[in-house]
Design a protein around this ligand. Structure first.
Ligand code: 3HC
Length: 287
């Protein structure tokens, strides 16, 4: 099936939204990014310039294609600027209430058969869709991975009411954006975080119990399992607060204490050691 998307709207110009917008524009789609916060837009624009220049320098793109991609991204500071989008991909803060307040405003901007997608990493798609009941069949999860321009996967999440047509269109769109897409159903953590987060959590238990030091745990998993980063380094990269939140979703949604966040992981979050974004998590990062 064809995706039928000419214009992609993205809500949120942060790390994920910015990456999604760049990937969409680089694959030839007209792209509009909405963020109410001006400085976030400036930061996103600068990141796009840097990544496009890097692509040209590395010979992955010629200058004309980089200029074309840049020219296809427009930034707007109100949801109305997304008018006429064939799909809007939401990538704002991971807070169900804030997302649910935004979705009706996004739905009002969609073209006739337009799709609403959320890049949530673990909030229920079925729950988010209740904020726009008339759009539930055209509501879906489109879970990208950080860093978006590098990571190949889109995990496509079907809510309870998502139509087969919507799923097929989003799978086709993800592939047209140069990604590989796989569908999963709306259960806590979907597939990626259902499997990844308990592994990361277990690495914190191993550290807490003195099985090995963090560097050893990470090198064992990197070299022994061919991971690009060890689980503790990856936790810093994702954000330890995000890891706790996702474990909480698993523990509550699957109603099983084996998914409880490791006390040491929680303690680092309490201390403000959130990972790369605060300069210190499991490891300390230079300025
Ligand atoms: N944006 C764009 N490109 C980036 C980037 C970013 N933020 N960070 C790194 N890259 C690019 C670099 O430019 C470089 O490409 P180039 O040199 O050819 O231009 C390439 O990626 C490799 O980067 P580096 O040489 O600096 O470093 P590494 O080889 O160590 O790679 C990494 C960095 C790509 C982050 C790699 O370590 C990796 O794949 N790590 C695992 C990432 C991962 O698992 N992500 C998923 C997290 S889970 C998630 O997102 C889901 C959520 O729900 C929790």
């Amino acid at each position: 099936m064809m995706h039928g998307v000419k214009k992609v709207g993205v809500a949120g110009a942060g790390q994920m939204g910015g990456g999604i917008a760049l990937v969409a524009a680089s694959s030839g789609l007209e792209t509009v990014v909405f963020d109410a916060h001006g400085p976030a837009i400036e930061k996103c624009r600068a990141l796009h310039d840097k990544l496009l220049a890097r692509n040209v320098e590395k010979g992955r793109m010629n200058q004309a294609d980089a200029d074309g991609a840049k020219g296809r991204v427009k930034f707007v500071e109100s949801p109305e600027g997304l008018k006429g989008s064939d799909i809007i991909i939401e990538a704002i803060v991971e807070d169900a209430q804030i997302k649910k307040e935004l979705f009706p405003k996004l739905a009002a901007q969609l073209s006739g058969n337009g799709i609403l997608a959320s890049n949530t990493s673990s909030i229920s798609i079925t729950d988010l869709a209740t904020s726009v009941p008339e759009h539930a069949a055209r509501f879906i999860g489109m879970h990208f991975f950080n860093p978006v321009p590098v990571m190949k996967l889109v995990e496509v999440i079907n809510g309870l009411a998502t139509s087969t047509e919507t799923t097929e269109r989003v799978l086709a769109l993800s592939e047209a954006m140069g990604k590989t897409a796989h569908a999963a159903n709306d259960r806590p953590g979907f597939v990626s975080n259902r499997v990844l987060m308990p592994m990361i959590n277990e690495a914190f238990y191993a550290w807490m119990e003195g099985v090995a030091e963090p560097e050893d745990i990470d090198e064992i998993m990197k070299l022994g399992c061919a991971f690009p980063m060890g689980p503790l380094r990856l936790a810093d990269f994702i954000g330890l607060d995000t890891c706790v939140k996702i474990m909480d979703v698993l523990a509550e949604g699957l109603n099983n204490p084996r998914y409880r966040a490791c006390p040491l992981l929680k303690q680092l979050v309490t201390a403000g050691r959130l990972g790369d974004k605060t300069g210190r998590g499991v490891y300390e990062y230079g300025k």
